[in-house]
Design a protein around this ligand. Structure first.
Ligand code: AMP
Length: 397
């Protein structure tokens, strides 16, 4: 597992703790919509405040590109955060300089402040050392609790960790531990399911996974490119015909790494991409030239669900079909529910995330029972690609 400093044994009493959170929450007309990110952040904040820290929370919000864009103020988030915490949150209308210092200097032990949007300063995204030094003046220690921003080397995710004693926050720690258990030191056999639209966006990810997992299930539109590379007629299905050679290279890499690539053996084939379109169940070698494979078929579902029974670990990114349009959500829902059931029974460690995966698992009503569902998006995908994330690297001993 990646080596990183945690808050275990760190005395924060009376210290100014500068905590990078990801409070980039959905907002409409100044009102916070989905509060999931805030809810996940709250227990870590309470732990620090209750331990006597003067807690200073920093975050970006939207893409103001170095301008003070009023709609991208974190002020409404301070109110939503206070509500979730059940305690007051002071707000500074700048994240550096006199305004920030005044609020920070007024904090008593156990009190919490939120500073204005980091990205009101263009230096944040440039990882400008002078800007990181300005931020560092406000704290005695730095806690990074924003795994979802860790793939970016920004001042608040990377630079700051070089200027102050730096630790992973509890949320970051939980995410790193869950991911570590799934891919860095997993129990075998390990299955990865990679679905979604195209392989072109997931080449690095596939390349990393074949070297690490025992079975790589390829589903969704991506599977069509692999099937076509094997000479299967995929009709009018979504398929990257220019990447057949790339798909063959991945087959070869998998073979060399002793990783079995598992492809659909049948599919639901329709002539229109729309909900409740007429479809036929086709063997994969018998797809209508005018048809589109929009989901894996019943034989494939049985095969995947059976395979899962003998796996210890599952890593999942991307749906197995066009899950937004019924009934082409059938394979995604069935396999997600099987993974959830096995996880709940203590037989499987399951980690999922990236892109549409969270929505797909929620749609399947399976997300609650997975061991870990990452909402980190880009950071989760870069982790699946085997890349070291700069925000995590900066937390190494
Ligand atoms: P991604 O963002 O790469 O994970 O792709 C997710 C998208 O892939 C979803 O919007 C799905 O509807 C789409 N998708 C999955 N399977 C298929 C398929 N067989 N044909 C067309 N689109 C698909």
């Amino acid at each position: 597992m990646a080596n990183f400093n945690t808050l275990d044994g760190v005395n924060v009493a009376g210290k100014r703790v500068l905590l990078r959170a990801d409070l980039n929450v959905p907002m409409k007309d100044g009102v916070v919509g989905d509060t999931t990110r805030i809810e996940r952040t709250v227990p870590g904040l309470i732990e620090l405040a209750d331990a006597g820290a003067k807690l200073i929370v920093i975050s970006h919000f939207g893409r103001p590109k170095g301008e003070r864009v009023a709609e991208m103020s974190l002020k409404p988030v301070a109110d939503a955060l206070a509500k979730q915490l059940g305690r007051p949150v002071k707000f500074a209308d700048d994240c550096i300089g006199a305004a920030a210092a005044a609020v920070v200097d007024g904090l008593k032990d156990g009190e919490i402040a939120l500073l204005e949007n980091l990205r009101y300063h263009s230096e944040e995204e440039k990882n400008d050392p002078a800007f990181a030094a300005e931020l560092a003046k406000l704290g005695d220690i730095f806690v990074n609790d924003a795994f979802s921003c860790a793939h970016r080397a920004h001042a608040s995710t990377e630079g700051l960790a070089r200027k102050l004693p730096a630790y992973a926050g509890r949320l970051m720690q939980a995410e790193l531990e869950a991911l570590g258990n799934a891919l860095e030191a997993p129990k075998h056999p390990v299955m990865a399911i990679v679905g979604g639209a195209k392989i072109s966006t997931k080449l690095d990810l596939l390349g990393n996974l074949v070297a690490r997992v025992d079975q790589l299930v390829i589903g969704g539109g991506m599977a069509n490119t692999f099937l076509a590379a094997k000479g299967v007629n995929v009709g009018k299905s979504l398929c990257e015909h220019d990447l057949l050679e790339t798909a063959r290279e991945i087959f070869a890499k998998a073979k060399a790494a002793n990783c079995e690539i598992v492809l659909p053996v049948d599919g639901l084939v329709a002539k229109e991409f729309k909900a409740h379109a007429d479809y036929t169940v086709s063997d994969i070698n018998d797809v209508d030239t005018n048809g589109m494979i929009l989901d894996a078929g019943p034989k494939t579902i049985i095969d995947l669900n059976k395979r899962l029974e003998s796996c210890e670990t599952l890593v999942w990114n991307g749906p197995l079909g066009a899950f937004e349009i019924a009934p082409f959500d059938t394979a995604t829902v069935s396999v997600a529910q099987q993974a959830a059931k096995l996880t709940k029974a203590g037989k499987l460690l399951s980690v999922a995330g990236g892109g549409d995966t969270v929505a797909a698992l929620r749609h399947a009503d399976a997300d609650q029972d997975f061991s870990y569902v990452s909402t980190a998006g880009g950071a989760f995908l870069e982790w699946l690609e085997g890349k070291e994330l700069p925000g995590v690297a900066a937390l190494h001993d």
